[in-house]
Design a protein around this ligand. Structure first.
Ligand SMILES: [Zn+2]
Length: 143
């Protein structure tokens, strides 16, 4: 009984340490995302440990991107054009949050490098990017 309680505590503590490290590892992007959200004046909400920001000025920026998007993830921040877009893309964007937690500061450079390499080979740098394929696979498997 005592051993179970001790092991349970240790497991919870290790999980907390890993989650804390994941937040710190992704924090350069999360801090940048919060700053962008403040500048663009979006509506902030915290959902399952992730900051979600939506608003018309964010929609304007997402429309002007190279690949126009409904939503975009920056560390533990998800931008979307509207609350409806946040709701409909949550599963996909949460996969990107987990990717930021794994890759930390390397995520964006590696993502962009893979996209460029795919484009140079005449492939779809967005849909065939392994990070996007993982997000779409998870999204598809839950439908
Ligand atoms: Zn994606």
């Amino acid at each position: 009984m005592l051993a179970q309680a001790v092991f349970g505590f240790q497991r919870s503590f290790v999980r907390l340490l890993i989650q804390t490290f994941a937040y710190l590892w992704a924090s350069p992007y999360t801090i940048t995302g919060v700053a962008i959200g403040l500048i663009l004046g979006g509506r902030f909400r915290r959902v399952e440990g992730v900051i979600e920001i939506a608003g018309p000025r964010i929609a304007g920026v997402l429309d002007r991107m190279l690949v126009p998007a409904l939503a975009l993830t920056f560390g533990h921040v998800v931008f979307a054009r509207s609350q409806e877009a946040l709701d409909s893309t949550r599963l996909h964007e949460r996969v990107h949050v987990r990717q930021y937690e794994r890759w930390g500061p390397a995520f964006v450079p590696v993502y962009l490098l893979l996209s460029v390499l795919l484009y140079l080979r005449g492939r779809d740098g967005y849909r065939e990017n392994p990070f996007e394929r993982e997000a779409y696979d998870v999204e598809d498997s839950c439908r």
